[in-house]
Write a protein that binds this ligand. Structure first.
Ligand code: 3PY
Ligand code: MG
Length: 251
């Protein structure tokens, strides 16, 4: 199976859903809403391997491409998530080109990397020819969310096989400005974001970012981002509830 995200990025921004709640039912619901991709968040989501497996199964029954944000740059966890059917990995806290290489190597079978062979659900989702094509089809996004990662941006973007970067604006603003804010307007943060977009454009890499709403995601697309996450399930559930309660109370 081709990873449609790789073709989509040429024409339109990829809209990516984000799951922190450990539920295959939530995953299935989100998958049917029109997202291009859905990410199962093992870093800050409340999700263990058993839940992640059923969530990836649910997403693969919808048009959305199943992705996973792993909890750290751990080849064993990356391998298990790919075997569980993730068609792309978002890896947090990539700060050096060595870390980026280690991440990409974990996503690639030899000779390009060191992923161990046992594709399991990869075959069910990707098809019988998955072993021949997985190295090309698995999307790899390195999170830029540390001062060091920002400083090493060019070297990280030069990593063979890396499809792009994904800004973690909470962590990045925390490290740059001393307070975490996903929509920070601090000048250092604005400069950092602009730099990531322009470097990605120059090197034809995907520029992604986490956002807190659809409006914010639309602004990021107009800034040049090609992969946006318009909030996660927790934020959406809370916001929809607050709105409904306010409407019901007539205020
Ligand atoms: C961040 O904003 O730091 C993230 O990791 C997004 O989830
Ligand atoms: Mg982060």
């Amino acid at each position: 199976r081709q990873n449609k995200l790789k073709a989509l990025r040429e024409n339109a921004a990829i809209i990516n859903g984000w799951l922190a709640i450990p539920s295959s039912y939530s995953a299935e619901i989100l998958g049917h809403q029109g997202y291009d991709a859905i990410t199962v968040d093992l870093q800050h989501g409340m999700i263990d391997f058993a839940s992640a497996l059923t969530m990836l199964q649910a997403i693969s029954a919808t048009p959305a491409v199943p992705l996973v944000r792993v909890s750290d740059n751990d080849p064993a966890q990356i391998m298990r998530m790919l075997d569980a059917g993730a068609y792309g990995i978002i890896c947090p806290m990539i700060s050096t080109p060595e870390e980026a290489r280690r991440f990409v190597a974990a996503c690639r079978y030899p000779p390009l990397g060191n992923r161990s062979f046992g594709p399991a659900r990869g075959l069910l989702y990707g098809g019988a020819d998955y072993p021949q094509h997985a190295n090309n089809e698995i999307l790899t996004l390195a999170m830029i969310e540390t001062r060091e990662g920002l400083a090493n941006l060019d070297a990280i973007l030069a990593t063979d096989g890396l499809d792009g970067v994904f800004i973690g604006p909470n962590d990045l603003s925390l490290t740059l400005t001393g307070s975490a804010s996903a929509e920070s307007r601090h000048p250092e943060m604005l400069a950092a974001v602009e730099r990531v977009v322009s470097r990605c454009r120059q090197t034809h890499k995907l520029a992604g970012i986490f956002c807190t709403s659809g409006d914010a995601a639309a602004r990021r697309i107009s800034e040049g981002f090609q992969f946006v996450t318009p909030a996660n399930d927790v934020m959406q559930l809370g916001r929809a509830s607050r709105e409904a309660i306010a409407q019901a109370r007539g205020n």
